[in-house]
Design a protein around this ligand. Structure first.
Ligand code: FMN
Length: 182
């Protein structure tokens, strides 16, 4: 597959089939993450891969955290998080993504974001659907505590075989996002 095809055709997937994802494909996706550029060559990304009961147990905790967040702050404050929780339940694989950068630099987080983008593109290349889930931030401390991690939580990525793909939308043109000075 041409790189530009993956870049242009990859979409966030929010409906997944129940078919399991072979473990080798998950490893391929994570291997692509390892080739991302990283600040000071720090390779700050770390992953916790959840399937089956481990994923269910995690989502039970996350959903309970969401409910107590909504009770305190109202449903509007939770935005799309309940829907993201449903999607993470539907996709057979959930990868929790950590940033273990020791310095607290913003660039450490950028490294992890670059790794996530590699994951999404490789997933597409392998015929998998993916969703980058930032909504896990709502339970930032609870998730770190649940896994006993000192690392920063960067997000999560759902993986599975797509059941449907959302409508495409018009992207900005280069002239809308760039200025050229000479
Ligand atoms: C940092 C980040 C966090 C995101 N978090 C969520 C999320 O929690 N739930 C969700 O449904 N989509 C999430 N998305 C997906 C975006 O909604 C999606 O990328 C955007 O609508 C553009 O659509 P596309 O990915 O199909 O190009 C996130 C994307 C990024 C980059």
């Amino acid at each position: 597959m041409e790189l530009i095809e993956a870049i242009r055709a990859r979409r966030s997937i929010r409906r997944f089939k129940a078919d399991p994802v072979p473990a080798e494909l998950v490893r391929e996706v994570l291997d692509a993450a390892n080739y991302a550029p990283s600040a000071k060559r720090g390779e700050q990304w770390r992953f916790t891969v959840l399937t089956s009961g481990a994923k269910e147990a995690f989502l039970k905790m996350f959903d309970a955290e969401l409910d107590s967040f909504i009770e305190k702050n109202g449903a509007a404050a939770a935005g799309s998080a309940k829907n993201s929780c449903r999607i993470m339940g539907e996709a057979p694989v959930l990868v929790v993504v950590w940033n273990n950068g020791p310095y607290g630099w913003l660039t450490e987080e950028h490294s992890v974001a670059a790794a996530i983008q590699n994951m999404l593109l490789r997933a597409y290349d392998l015929g998998l659907g993916s969703l980058w889930v930032g909504d896990v931030y709502i339970a930032y401390e609870a998730i770190r505590g649940y896994f006993g991690k000192e690392w920063k939580l960067s997000g999560a990525v759902s993986l599975g075989y797509p059941d449907s793909v959302g409508a495409s939308f018009k992207r900005k043109t280069v002239d809308q996002v760039a200025e050229f000075l000479s």
